[in-house]
Design a protein around this ligand. Structure first.
Ligand code: PLP
Length: 386
């Protein structure tokens, strides 16, 4: 049988809405023109609700990692003490960046698949017995599908020492979670274009509060392309320091219109409904969930097939028979887990495709019928939502 519409269910890149594609395909304009200034002015403001910030959001023409790197280089001086929470492959990314530039890096390891325990982390900070400049954490650790309690962490950090900067990597969840820099005590929040913001890859975003903005101008760590002061100066003139991806800036504006139409709250609750329904469906298929309910991300779900053979079979057959792409594991979870991304322009019925395909594949592989079991569980949750 032919499945004509490919379904991209990786935790980024994600399907790009028609309206966004259309916007990105408009004729080019000069990036030093008033045409672009109008596009940029709109884009810098358009992202404010998504990031929960009152400041215009900086837009870099580079992938999410550049924003991780920029968030560090503009907040900490080379000899400052910084702490990285590592709970998966993207915590490791922060660690690698830190070890490239910094002399006093403290790593707080969290078991992959677990969320950070805020009390235990605060005890660790206390035990360091030194003055910490900044703490870095993922919001959603994409490699494990954990959503960390950043709000709780932000409050605890401020209470512990309100001079500490709290930097959050929200690459794989911003656009699908309720975040507010002020309320959550986050100083810098970064993200990328190709996840819940549902653009093609190629832009990175940096949201910041006033305290962080002040700090960017004081930090002496060498940086050039990623000097956020340059972006801030340009931003105030509705411009960018280097040639921007004009097409994707237009995409940002199209994204914001879509979100405004659906309502950010509705967008967020759609993600959570899909998460909850998918988890029930996977349980019905006797596929173990990697993450406990409390910390399960609304954007990506990780599960553990019953054997390596089953894992390879499910991933391979989803692609070859059903035209559905999902993701495997990363780091030591490679070959151990599968991940289904469900962020951006994904409807509950898109995920129903993968649930029903999994029913067939699991039934075939285990020689035991699961037909109807997972979709029933799935629809029981979805019916309360639609
Ligand atoms: C949580 C997180 N941080 C950082 C990145 C890196 O982003 P990029 O690949 O766009 O550089 C990713 C990409 O998957 C991610 O999921």
């Amino acid at each position: 049988m032919n499945y004509y519409n490919a379904l991209l269910l990786t935790p980024g890149p994600t399907p790009v809405a028609q309206e966004i594609l259309h916007a990105t395909q408009q004729p080019m304009v000069g990036h030093r023109s008033t045409d672009f200034e109008a596009i940029a002015e709109e884009a810098f403001q358009a992202l404010k609700p998504t990031f929960g910030t009152k400041n215009n959001v900086m837009i870099l023409t580079s992938s999410g990692t550049s924003a991780l790197e920029a968030s560090m280089l503009n907040i900490a001086n080379p000899d400052d003490e910084i702490v990285i929470i590592v709970s998966g492959a993207f915590g490791n990314r922060f660690k690698q960046i830190a070890e490239t530039y910094y002399n006093n890096v403290h790593i707080y390891d969290v078991e992959w698949g677990q969320a950070v325990d805020v009390d235990a982390f605060m005890d660790y900070l206390q035990s360091l017995n030194t003055s910490i400049t900044a703490v870095f954490s993922q919001y959603c650790e994409t490699s494990t599908a954990v959503l960390h309690p950043v709000n709780e962490l932000g409050h605890a950090l401020k209470q512990f020492d309100d001079s500490i900067y709290f930097i959050v990597d929200g690459v794989s969840c911003i656009g699908a979670v309720d975040v507010d820099l002020e309320r959550d005590d986050i100083d810098v929040l970064v993200s990328g274009s190709q996840k819940a913001i549902m653009l093609p890859p190629g832009l990175a975003f940096v949201a910041y509060n006033d305290r962080a903005k002040e700090r960017f101008s004081e930090v002496t760590t060498p940086r050039f392309y990623l000097d956020l002061n340059k972006y801030l100066t340009s931003l105030s003139k509705n411009s960018t320091p280097f040639t921007p991806n004009v097409s994707l800036f237009r995409g940002v504006n199209a994204y914001a219109k879509l979100i405004e139409r659906e309502g950010l709250e509705n967008v967020i609750s759609r993600h959570y409904a899909i998460r909850d329904a998918l988890r029930q469906a996977l349980k019905a298929l006797e596929l173990e969930l990697l993450v406990q309910d409390e910390y399960a991300s609304p954007t990506v779900t990780a599960f553990v097939p019953q054997s390596k053979e089953e894992l390879n079979y499910l991933k391979g057959e989803l692609k070859s028979r059903f035209n559905i792409t999902i993701a495997g594991g990363q780091g030591h979870l490679k070959g151990e887990i599968l991940r289904i991304g469900h962020m951006g322009q994904i409807s509950p019925f898109d995920i129903l495709h993968v649930v029903s395909a999994l029913e067939i594949l699991v039934s075939d592989f285990r020689q035991k019928s699961y037909i109807g079991t997972a979709i029933t569980q799935y629809m029981e949750v979805i019916k309360a939502y639609v």
